[in-house]
Design a protein around this ligand. Sequence first.
Ligand SMILES: C[S@@+](CC[C@H](N)C(=O)[O-])C[C@H]1O[C@@H](n2cnc3c(N)ncnc32)[C@H](O)[C@@H]1O
Length: 239
Amino acid sequence: MASDPYKVVSMIYDHMMHRLSYNEWANYIIDIKTFYKDDAEKFLEVACGTGKLNTYLEKSFNDIVLLDISKSMLDVIPSDRKRVCADMTRQPFKSNFDFIYSTFDSINYITDEEEIVRYMWGIRNILSDDGIFTFDASLENNSIKNVKRLNRINKFKGIEYKQVSKYEKDFRLHRNSFRMKLANGEIIEEVHTQKIYDFEFYFDAGERAGLHVLGCFEAFTFEDANDESERIQFIMKKL
Ligand SMILES: C[S@@+](CC[C@H](N)C(=O)[O-])C[C@H]1O[C@@H](n2cnc3c(N)ncnc32)[C@H](O)[C@@H]1O
């Protein structure tokens, strides 16, 4: 059976996570939960990928639902976990969650401003009354600073890959193209496109979706972010 390019790229991203481990990322999410919604009981991870973060969070968060659009990535997660294959901009849930989180600039995969508002509106509608929504977003300085480093040829677990990374400033699109040669000789290609929105845009989008920004931090810290930041962490709740 042919391999799913998205899943292989995800494995490559996992491999690249040496600069910051999922363990540290999980600790940051736990700190946010402890500060803003310590009594949370129902959790939703949006765009969970292969569930890497969840392996660290499930020890601390009891009742977690994991959502992603890629079935083959969800298939990597043990079947006794609650997994839902759905588009994050079309939430399938009727029930509420106390703490909804999404990591690794997954929001930047939504490449249309109105779709971001729709996404946030969907989240708002499944948040409990004093529930918290937290996510990180990549800003332009992250693209500019890292674009060179992301052009590379590498090898891991028998997969040889070439990554070409290009930031199209005029369109504010960051494209990462992967050409991968698997251990069995199969060649697969995949392009990931992310939209790089303005710092201020997220505040407007949240407000339009009925969400209030409680905090916007330099990612992995609790220091206020600004439009020069590279990765920012939003904390939102219902208006
Ligand atoms: C960079 S990965 C991050 C995965 C995971 N959050 C992590 O930290 O390892 C982005 C994820 O967003 C998912 N994704 C992209 N568009 C989506 C959509 N419209 N709805 C749900 N998931 C989506 C992809 O399938 C992928 O798993």
